[in-house]
Design a binder for this molecule. Structure first.
Ligand SMILES: NC(=O)c1ccc[n+]([C@@H]2O[C@H](COP(=O)([O-])OP(=O)(O)OC[C@H]3O[C@@H](n4cnc5c(N)ncnc54)[C@H](O)[C@@H]3O)[C@@H](O)[C@H]2O)c1
Length: 363
């Protein structure tokens, strides 16, 4: 089992990464805290696919354990789910001495983390990510949140977990579409991490799609280390951490415009393509390099399908996105892998052209 330390300004914590390590959860919890009241929220698909493992956790001798199933989708990443979880905590007499555990993908982790950060002004919180996307990205760094109105992740908090446990065995039951979603965030790291990591991801794309254990493990570890380093430098996203939003301004707007029929990780891939086109429009990437950098996301093109979409509507949604400042949208763009620009403003027609060029490749 690997142990990767995240040293955020608000808290230091470990990420445990390994195959078959879920069974170590009770022992790890005991080494972190004396608290014996567990409130577990588990993704309903994970609970049915991995019931045996989860039942063993329930039989691990804790004083009080409550397990709830959560049906994961963007519509349920809502204030009413949060209210329901608060009620369950209160009705079952959980107090400040509670460990809240999220077992599931990014949606489960984001919403349960938000509940843990606000219930009784914050209780112990453990993330057990079970999707590739959550393993490489959402479970680390302490961003929690829910969708509100028509805006993704509008309400939320920065709340670091006490630890993260990634058992790669969970990934074996992921449908291919969810593996592709995880690849969306891995592609992001491929552009952020520099030419060498970009080449590693390009050369291992087919290994990653098949979740080939050794290569997948190494790449998950690299992504975690990259994210941990970024969070250490800028926990609250006042500067450097914004690079992790590469492709996300486009992606969030596309998700809303498509009424969430496209998954987040797939939308990130389309969003990265739009960012590459916008980088080219802004004179940051020359045409020859644009084609080279597009190869990676376009290798996944057949696995992502958008029925039809309204490009101007996507732009309008971006305008009202919380990351817009004073009506101006700020983009994360790049000149080459590892050379990233943040807070870039762009003319409307360039942005719309970038969306048109990007989205049209997937329709
Ligand atoms: N907090 C952050 O820093 C951060 C970063 C990136 C993304 N996110 C958020 O993460 C969310 C997307 O996360 P996601 O892609 O994991 O979605 P998800 O949580 O909905 O999981 C995707 C699907 O996989 C299923 N699933 C989960 N684990 C499984 C397993 N082991 N085997 C089989 N099926 C399994 C789920 O039931 C679900 O249907 C978005 O809401 C996004 O905004 C947050």
């Amino acid at each position: 089992m690997k142990k990767i330390e995240v040293k955020a300004s608000s808290k230091n914590y470990p990420v445990y990464l390994g195959s078959g390590i879920f069974k170590s959860l009770p022992k790890l919890m005991k080494s972190h805290t004396q608290i014996k009241n567990l409130f577990i929220v588990v993704d309903s698909n994970v609970n049915s696919l991995h019931r045996e493992k989860i039942e063993k956790l329930l039989a691990s001798g804790y004083k009080k354990i409550k397990l709830l199933e959560f049906t994961s989708n963007e519509k349920n990443k809502s204030i009413s789910t949060v209210q329901n979880l608060y009620s369950k905590l209160i009705n079952n007499k959980f107090g400040r001495d509670t460990i809240v555990i999220a077992i599931g993908g990014g949606i489960t982790g984001d919403i349960v983390g938000f509940v843990a950060s606000t219930f009784s002004r914050g209780v112990k919180f453990i993330q057990v990510p079970t999707t590739l996307l959550a393993a490489v990205d959402s479970s680390i760094g302490g961003k929690t949140g829910i969708n509100f109105g028509n805006t993704k992740n509008l309400i939320g908090s920065f709340y670091q977990p006490d630890f993260v446990l990634i058992d790669t065995d969970f990934l074996n039951t992921l449908p291919e579409a969810e593996v592709v979603c995880g690849l969306g965030e891995i592609l992001k790291y491929a552009y952020l991490g520099g030419e060498q990591f970009h080449s590693t991801v390009v050369n291992n794309l087919s290994n990653l799609i098949r979740l080939q254990p050794l290569q997948t493990f190494r790449i998950i570890e690299s992504c975690i280390r990259f994210k941990a380093g970024t969070v250490e430098a800028d926990e609250k996203e006042s500067g450097l951490r914004k690079i992790l939003n590469l492709g996300h301004t486009f992606a969030h707007a596309l998700e809303v415009e498509q009424n969430h029929s496209i998954k987040h990780g797939q939308a990130v891939i389309v969003g990265i393509v739009c960012s590459l086109f916008l980088s080219n429009e802004m004179g940051l990437i020359a045409e020859t390099y644009l084609d080279k950098y597009l190869e990676l996301p376009l290798a996944l093109r057949e696995k992502i399908r958008i029925d039809k979409c309204n490009v101007v509507e996507i732009y309008k949604i971006m305008l009202r996105d919380k990351k817009g400042r004073g009506g101006k949208i700020k983009f994360v763009l790049l000149t080459q892998p590892g050379k990233i620009l943040i807070d870039v403003e762009a003319d409307e027609e360039k942005v719309i052209r970038a969306i048109e060029n990007g989205v049209s490749l997937f329709v």
